[in-house]
Design a binder for this molecule. Structure first.
Ligand SMILES: Nc1nc2c(ncn2[C@@H]2O[C@H](COP(=O)(O)OP(=O)(O)OP(=O)(O)O)[C@@H](O)[C@H]2O)c(=O)[nH]1
Ligand SMILES: [Zn+2]
Length: 186
């Protein structure tokens, strides 16, 4: 698979009018293929594998929030990076997730191609599925290189997306508590 990517990167260099044999570019198709494979390594992961059983019985039924999880992804429209942070909360019903696993869920989906809205929903639904939570909230704030380096070339616009499930959708108080908690980081 990596060989295929390597060959295609060589074609891209040719398409750009470059000489893939010149010294500086000789190893570029290999490097670029490896880099792209890494940037999309979420395709090789599954939820079961990253959770690895790290679900713990707990009486806690109060909101658990993990904020400022940094996020690097590629938009499926231009294959250009979007970079930002995710804030995730859930209300447990008998089991809590290992702390690092929330960030691993974010990464698994971020390291695939999609748009920010889809990424937000995928994270929320995965946390819901794994924890059986009474509610899950995910907010993502990100800047898109396809809007900054090209196209409309706006350097300061930040896209905010959110998905609220269960209690976060039904109760304004719960939603506000979460939004207040994540605001404090800014
Ligand atoms: N909703 C959403 N749009 C995105 C995301 N990433 C990129 N886009 C947008 O996808 C759209 C693609 O529009 P097109 O007109 O098909 O492509 P384009 O000619 O490259 O568009 P411009 O970026 O306006 O130059 C653009 O408006 C991008 O800003 C994302 O995560 N969510
Ligand atoms: Zn884009």
């Amino acid at each position: 698979m990596s060989d295929d990517l390597q060959r295609h990167y060589r074609d891209i260099l040719l398409g750009l009018g470059e000489d893939p044999e010149r010294e500086g570019l000789r190893d570029t198709p290999l490097r670029a293929a490896k880099a792209m494979r890494y940037l999309c390594h979420g395709y090789e992961q599954s939820l079961e594998e990253i959770i690895n059983g790290a679900l713990f019985a707990s009486d806690n039924d109060e909101m658990v929030t993990v904020k400022d999880i940094e996020l690097y992804s590629l938009c499926e429209h231009h294959l250009l990076p979007f970079i930002g942070k995710a804030h995730v909360a859930y209300i447990p019903t008998g089991k809590v997730l290992g702390l690092s696993k929330v960030a691993r869920i974010v990464d698994m989906f971020a390291r695939r191609l999609q748009i920010q809205e889809t990424l937000t929903r995928q994270i929320a639904e995965a946390v819901q599925r794994v924890t059986d939570a009474a509610g899950v909230a995910v907010v993502i704030e990100a800047q898109h290189m396809c809007m900054m380096m090209r196209g409309v070339e706006k350097q300061n616009s930040v896209m905010n997306t959110s998905v609220m499930l269960g209690a976060f959708r039904e109760s304004q108080n719960t939603r506000h508590e979460f939004l207040k908690l994540i605001k404090r980081s800014n």
